[in-house]
Design a protein around this ligand. Sequence first.
Ligand code: ADP
Ligand code: MG
Length: 296
Amino acid sequence: MLDLSGVSHTYPNGTRALDDVTLSIPKGMFGLLGPNGAGKSTLMRTIATLQAPTAGSIRFGDIDVLAEPDRLRRKLGYLPQDFGVYPRISAYQMLDHMAVLKGIADAKDRKLVVEHLLEQTNLWAVRSKAIAGFSGGMRQRFGIAQALIGNPELIIVDEPTAGLDPEERNRFLNLLAGIGENVVVILSTHIVDDVADLCPRMAVLAGGRLQLEGVPRDLIRSTRGQVWQRTIPHQQLPAMQEQHQVISHRFFAGEIVVHVLSDTQPEGFAPVEGGLEDVYFATLAQTRRAAAIAST
Ligand code: ADP
Ligand code: MG
């Protein structure tokens, strides 16, 4: 279990990136969903002990993470958002090198670990190729391979699917899903489907604050009878946004399908079984409204 308590972070320029985040993350896949600028990477770096928060405490099992960062690092696998390690050496050599850094000193042990990881991440066939020449999907799979060195108990992956094509994204998520239930895996993402497909628990972070936390199915159920749908011509969207609480709109066959939030059925709208996307957009809409009220 990873326990965050009152974690806040203000950058030297005054940006309050995290605001009193309290959260318990059990073993299994945990989705941290939020838009750009929400504070996800700040939180991931903080848990990974790369930066200290301005306030709060973090525990992982019996480890006081802020007081004993070295103990945490020994149990940590981390794939940063900007991995940025694309050297001209081969995937095999690089993994071998990183395994040395992670303390696997014995060459025979290391060979087993590196070979296994290359197979697990489907990079065996390209193990002798330079990482610099890898596609985005291959790089991300390499990123997971290095994060898995040394059987970490806490794995953090920060926006790993951004920029992947659908096939690579699927492949990557399958790989994550196979990591196992005995490990805490935190997947930070702005893509609702990443969480919907994969995570038994999730939280929404926006404006540095935890907006929502729970089991996706329960959160979806909580919007039942509150989400309504209507298809309208483009030009009616502004008026619709004036009259209703529009949580999302998408283009479909030249028209716009709008979803609105309402306790009662608005005229001309049909009920729709809400999804995680509705939960997420409704949460963001409420967050924006609260921020607008606070700033007036
Ligand atoms: P996310 O990963 O969800 O997009 P970040 O944690 O990267 O969010 O950023 C949260 C907020 O903190 C943003 O407003 C961002 O501009 C700001 N921020 C991030 N890193 C720094 C930094 N090193 N210095 C100042 N502000 C930063
Ligand atoms: Mg980020």
